[in-house]
Design a protein around this ligand. Structure first.
Ligand SMILES: [Zn+2]
Length: 337
C-alpha cells in the first residue's frame, strides 16, 4: 500500500522555492495553504483527456460534459490510499442520461457516456444536458473489502453544485470545486483540434471542527417566516472561497500556464505549498480474459442468445475494443445457439 497523503510528503518536499513555470499536463497537483487551513488538488488534463474522448465519437457537448465528469473524478479519486478503484456515475433524465468514469489507482482512467442525440441542443449548458437524477461515487477496494458508496441528488444543476452538496451533507467538509473543459485549436482553421480540461478542489480543514460549521444549502420546506439557519462562516474559509471564485475557466485549461503558477497567482499572499504531482493516463483495464470470464458468469441461455453469424462479439463500452469469440470459446453449448 502506498500513502499519498500530503502529510507524509511534507518532510520530503523541498522548502520554499519559486513556482515552476513548466506546465505539467495529465496530472493532479495536491496543495496546501496552511495559513488558511486549506487543502486542495488541481487537475490539468491534456493528451489524456483527448485519448479518453477519442475512443468514442461523441458530439462536442457530450465530450464537454463527460470531460467535466472526468476532471471531477480525478479531483475526488486521486487521494485513494490503496490500489483500489474510484467510480463516478450519473444517471439522469437529461439528454446525457448516463456517464461513468472509472479511476483505477493510481493513474488509469477510462470513461463513457450514453445520450439521446435527438435531444442534444446547440448551446445547452452542462446542467441542461444532465437534467435531474443522481450522482453516485463508489470506492471499490477489491473483492475482500467493503465497497463505499456516496449518493447525491442532481436537481438540474451542474456537477460542481452536486459536489458541493455532497461534501456539505455527507462529509460536512466545507468544499469548493471548479471544473472547466475547452477545445484548443492549433494551426488555425483546419488545424488540429484538442480537448483540454482543468479543475480545482479546495477544502477547509481547520483543527478545531467548530470552525468548519456551515449553513444549510437549501432552506427546505420550512414554513413561511422561519428564520433561515444562519452560521457565521470562518474568516479563513470566506477568504478561500473568494480566492477560488476568481479562477477563470481559461486559467484552468490554459496550456501555457503551469498549475504551480496558477496556485501561486491565487494564494501567494498566504503562501502555498505544493506536493508531488500524481500522473494520470487513459488506459482501459479490459482484456480478452476478463471478457471471457464475464461471459462465463452469464446464464447459458443468455450466452446462447449472444451468438450472431456464428460468433460472439463483445465491445468494451469504455475503450471500444472489440473481442471476438467462437461459440465454444464463449461457453455456448452445442445445439443451443
Ligand atoms: Zn476496454
Amino acid at each position: 500500500m502506498t500513502s499519498q497523503s500530503p502529510d507524509s510528503k511534507i518532510i520530503l518536499d523541498s522548502p520554499v522555492r519559486a513556482p515552476s513555470s513548466v506546465p505539467v499536463d495529465d496530472a493532479v497537483l495536491p496543495f496546501e495553504v496552511a495559513a488558511l487551513d486549506l487543502r486542495g488538488r488541481l487537475t490539468r488534463l491534456g493528451p489524456t483527456l483527448d485519448d479518453l474522448l477519442a475512443k468514442h465519437d461523441y458530439p462536442a457537448p457530450v465530450n464537454k460534459l463527460l470531460g467535466e465528469a472526468i476532471v471531477l473524478t480525478t479531483l475526488l479519486g486521486s487521494s485513494l490510499k490503496f490500489d483500489g478503484r474510484f467510480i463516478l456515475q450519473t444517471q439522469t433524465d437529461g439528454p446525457v442520461s448516463f456517464m461513468v468514469v472509472d479511476l483505477k489507482a493510481p493513474d488509469r482512467l477510462r470513461a463513457y457516456a450514453r445520450f439521446d442525440a435527438r435531444r442534444l441542443k446547440r448551446g445547452a449548458d452542462s446542467a441542461a444536458l444532465l437534467g435531474k437524477g443522481h450522482l453516485a461515487m463508489t470506492v471499490d477496494q477489491g473483492p475482500d473489502m467493503s465497497r463505499y458508496q456516496g449518493l447525491v441528488a442532481l436537481h438540474g444543476g451542474t456537477l460542481e453544485h452536486a459536489a458541493h452538496e455532497y461534501f456539505l451533507r455527507s462529509e460536512q467538509i466545507p468544499t469548493r470545486v471548479r471544473l472547466a473543459v475547452g477545445e484548443e485549436w492549433r494551426g488555425g482553421d483546419g488545424g488540429k483540434h484538442r480537448w483540454r480540461a482543468g479543475g480545482m478542489l479546495m477544502q477547509f480543514l481547520p483543527k478545531a471542527p467548530e470552525r468548519a460549521r456551515q449553513a444549510d444549502l437549501h432552506p427546505g420546506d420550512a414554513p413561511e417566516g422561519t428564520v433561515p439557519h444562519e452560521v457565521k462562516q470562518d474568516d479563513a474559509w470566506i477568504e478561500g472561497q473568494s480566492l477560488i471564485a476568481t479562477v477563470e475557466d481559461v486559467e484552468l485549461i490554459d496550456p501555457d500556464l503551469s498549475g504551480e503558477r496558477l496556485l501561486y497567482r491565487l494564494f501567494h499572499e498566504r503562501g502555498v505549498r505544493v506536493f508531488s504531482p500524481l500522473r494520470l493516463s487513459a488506459q482501459c483495464s479490459c482484456s480478452r480474459d476478463a471478457v471471457a470470464s464475464m461471459l462465463k458468469s452469464f446464464a447459458a441461455k443468455d450466452r446462447a442468445e449472444m451468438v450472431q453469424d456464428g460468433k460472439v462479439v463483445v465491445t468494451c463500452e469504455f475503450c471500444s475494443s472489440v473481442y471476438q469469440f467462437t461459440p465454444r470459446e464463449a461457453g455456448v453449448e452445442e445445439g443451443t445457439a
